[in-house]
Design a protein around this ligand. Structure first.
Ligand code: OGA
Ligand code: MN
Length: 215
């Protein structure tokens, strides 16, 4: 399977138009089910030691703070076939977004996230202007049979008020993409294991402090 041609021009157009307009997009079926299923199996089978408690704070002051977030994360790398497949799709996506939006996106980093029962991530923003190289956040959900009673919604707030823009169930195959410095968001407590891939398209801005406030 050629994983780099999984997305169509139409999807790239939709993502680019939405980012340039509202600043976010929610795509219910981002990848073929088979690929999503492989990612789900893979993350479920990763040994515990691959996961670290997620950190909060700048690079050199990073610490684990259970009050803020209680998920565990594991960075994707290109040596595992299915991780490489996902990173290849996102690499293609990076190029197509650059072509359309001239954002100068330089690379993409991503980690699996596992929210065990009761885990959450308090309201936060992924990037602060001038302080982070993260420009676009992507969150891809791997959970089959997820519904309202399982909690774990991603709540996205309006940039300039407390208004809730969306409450998003972390359902199998759903992709959420938004401008990293624009939207405060939180993950409500999950009532069962919740798996996702968080990722960030980044610029190579050596003028900024080149540190990311989270992870
Ligand atoms: C993050 C994040 C949201 C989600 O990893 O920074 O906000 O729904 N994730 O998993
Ligand atoms: Mn976030």
């Amino acid at each position: 399977m050629d994983n780099t041609t999984l997305l169509t021009e139409l999807v790239y157009d939709q993502i680019a138009d939405s980012l340039a307009g509202d600043g976010y997009i929610i795509l219910p079926n981002f990848l073929p089910d088979e690929t999503t299923q492989q990612l789900y199996k893979h993350v479920c089978n990763l040994p515990d030691k691959e996961f670290k408690m997620a950190g909060v704070g700048r690079n050199n002051e990073k610490q684990v703070d259970y009050k803020i977030r209680s998920d565990q994360t594991s960075w994707l790398a290109s040596d595992a076939i299915i991780e490489n497949a996902y990173l290849s799709v996102m690499e293609e996506c990076r190029k197509e977004l650059n072509r359309r939006l001239f954002l100068g996106l330089f690379d993409y980093e991503a980690h699996f996230a596992h929210y065990a029962k009761g885990s959450y991530y308090q309201r936060h923003i992924d990037a602060f202007k001038g302080l982070s190289s993260r420009v676009i956040t992507t969150v891809f959900y791997l959970n089959s049979d997820w519904n309202e009673e399982h909690g774990g919604e991603l709540v996205i707030y309006s940039p300039d008020s407390n208004e809730v823009l969306h409450r998003i169930l972390p359902k199998f195959g759903k992709m959420v993409i938004f401008l990293s410095d624009r939207f405060p968001h939180e993950v409500l407590a999950a009532k069962q294991d919740r798996y996702s891939i968080s990722g960030w398209f980044r610029v190579n801005n050596s003028n900024s402090l080149a540190v990311d406030p989270f992870n």
